[in-house]
Design a protein around this ligand. Structure first.
Ligand code: PEP
Ligand code: MG
Length: 588
């Protein structure tokens, strides 16, 4: 077979060679198979068995949900059950199997397609919503008829490279590195949470490949090059030899970088910054320590809520936050309060899907409405603060009134604990993420209300440039070097410093080695990046001189194009140490 190369977006570095595992096999692969008159009864029985099996599955899910999350959540499955009990639909499939003498799965799929077409004609939104229930149930029935189950990514037996149209962050969170050695998807961008999760798990990945899942097959040999964003199917011998060389190079480069582990992130002329890690769960702590991270600049707590049918309570959260704080002491741990919504769903909270989820009911907006959930988290964070190295940070703050409301709840919660005699650290630092353009504009007001800012460029870029961070079609517009983005960052750092608060960055831009010199020159105090990026970022910081990066920042702020800004940074880095750019050059 001839080698085929697909170009996508480099999501998580590293090279892997393996066999393709197509996630969620497409049901359209079902083909008609003629049956004899004698087989009609058998085929109908097979169909009825599949319905019984599906009904059992749905009842089990509903029962589990009722036990763990209450009736209100489990009622959601009633509509699904109605589909498997729908006499008209069943009668139609049975009749057609007899008339057309074709296999049950083919007939069932045809009937469902007719239903879908009919539903799409109806103007009523409620009825339209029921369509997704029908499709979900239909998928289950087909899986039971064909024996093809949607795989559970947590329990794959072989080492595979997963190829999928899309993977939710919750799917990625289930992956085990021993089985899923790499993955590639049609959709997504570098700052989608699926990509961020892949980096956190150190699984090489490429996203935004547009149509790869439709053109490859299970078992095809594949190379995922997560460093440059290439996926190669049926790699030639020359390609495999090159990949093996690059793998060795990368391993050598990484082990050299690891030698920096115990050194501070300090420029050659002694200007020191904090280089911390972004984590998704307590299990990430060994990676933070192994890569030499100085604490945690962003603990994304929402993964607590994903892939489970219940809501974590105060005690469970306290145990996790306390463990992270204890393990990293005296380095600090910034716990970000819940940021569900956007591209993070699939929790027992069942946040409804929205047309525009990144601009919708997410993060602090959700918490301000669900104060029961918010307060439980704040109590857990406050209790963990007794370790004295915990800081709290609120996401998606957009202005004064919102922050005032949040801080009032924070104070109320502290008072509750005081009244109950529960200890916490009263001088704990409180910060906000700057990720909404409005917050940049009123940063002066907000800076007086908190102890620090952390710039969330993943969102700040998408909102500033109106470019959805997970949409591969417009990924070329999602550019951290866009002059508007740099001006905003400059403004936030300046305003923070004028108000005597420190300013960090926990968006992915902080881990992009081409941005590091500029951010350093702009005066950023803390870089928080995914653990695997720490050695590379530290290498860059420790190779630079403060005077040079200040000059660079000053120069690029005057430039009108992102490309010119990027080139200026490349020029500086290559004049210092060209090996720093080895992996970057492949991407350019
Ligand atoms: C950000 O927006 O930059 C950020 C760090 O938060 P998240 O990626 O979780 O939205
Ligand atoms: Mg964000």
């Amino acid at each position: 077979m001839k080698e085929r190369i697909f170009e996508g977006i480099a999501a998580s570095p590293g090279f892997v060679v393996g066999k393709i595992y197509l996630f969620d096999l497409d049901d359209t692969a079902i083909t008609p198979r003629e049956i004899t008159v004698k087989e009609v009864g058998l085929e109908i029985a097979r169909f009825e068995d599949a319905l019984i099996e599906t009904r059992k599955e749905l009842l089990k899910i509903r029962q589990d949900l009722a036990d763990r999350a209450g009736r209100k959540v489990s009622d959601f499955f009633d509509a699904h059950l109605l589909v498997v009990e729908d006499r008209t639909l069943i009668a139609e499939v049975v009749k057609e199997i007899g008339e057309k003498k074709l296999n049950a799965e083919y007939i069932f799929q045809e009937v469902i397609e007719e239903y879908t077409r009919a539903f799409l004609q109806i103007k009523d939104d409620y009825i339209k919503e029921r369509l997704s229930d029908i499709q979900d149930v239909a998928r289950r029935v087909l899986h039971n008829l064909t024996g093809k189950k949607r795989a559970d990514l947590a329990s794959l037996d072989d080492e595979v490279v997963v190829i999928a149209h899309d993977l939710a962050p919750s799917d990625t969170a289930l992956m085990h590195k021993e089985n899923v050695i790499g993955f590639a998807t049609d959709i997504g961008g570098r700052t989608s949470h699926t990509a961020i999760m892949a980096r956190s798990l150190a699984i090489p990945a490429v996203v935004g490949l547009r149509d790869i899942s439709a053109t490859v097959h299970n078992g095809d040999p594949v190379v995922v090059d997560g460093s440059t964003g290439r996926v190669i199917i049926f790699p030639s011998r020359t390609t495999l030899a090159r990949i093996n060389r690059e793998k060795l190079d990368l391993a050598r480069f990484e082990s050299k970088l690891k030698e920096l582990r115990h050194f501070p992130a300090e420029t050659t002329d002694g200007f020191r910054v904090t280089l911390a890690a972004n984590i998704e769960m307590p299990e990430d702590i060994p990676a933070v320590i192994a890569h030499g991270g100085e604490g945690v600049g962003l603990y994304r707590t929402e993964y607590f809520y994903l892939n489970r049918l219940d809501i974590p309570d105060e005690e469970e959260q306290f145990q996790a936050y306390n463990q992270v704080a204890m393990n990293l002491k005296p380095a600090s741990v910034i716990i970000r309060t819940l940021d569900l919504g956007g591209d993070k769903f699939n929790s027992a909270l069942d946040i409804p899907r929205e047309i525009n989820p990144f601009m919708g009911w997410r993060a602090i907006r959700f918490c301000l409405e669900r104060q029961d959930i918010f307060k439980a988290q704040l109590r857990a964070i406050l209790r963990a603060s007794s370790q004295k190295n915990v800081k709290v940070m609120f996401p998606m703050i957009s202005g004064f009134t919102e922050l005032e409301r949040v801080l009032k709840i924070w104070e109320d919660t502290k008072n509750d604990l005081k009244r109950e005699g529960i200890p916490f650290y009263p001088d704990m630092e409180v910060g906000i993420m700057i990720e909404v353009p409005a917050a940049v504009v009123v940063a002066d007001t907000l800076a007086r209300m908190v102890d620090f800012f952390s710039i969330g460029t993943n969102d700040l870029i998408q909102y500033t440039l109106a470019v959805d961070r997970v949409n591969e079609k417009i990924a070329y517009l999602y550019d951290p070097f866009n002059p508007a983005v740099l001006k905003f960052i400059h403004q936030v750092i300046d305003i923070g410093h004028k108000n005597n608060i420190w300013v960090g960055m926990c968006g992915e831009m902080a881990g992009d080695i081409l941005s590091v010199p500029i951010l350093l020159g702009l005066g950023l105090d803390e870089f928080s990046v995914s653990p695997v990026m720490i050695p590379e970022v530290k290498k860059v910081i420790t190779s630079l001189r403060l005077a040079d990066v200040r000059k660079l920042a000053h120069t690029v702020l005057r430039y009108r194009s992102a490309d010119k800004i990027r080139k200026e940074s490349i020029k500086l880095l290559s004049s210092i140490d060209p090996t720093l750019l080895k992996w970057e050059e492949n991407k350019l």
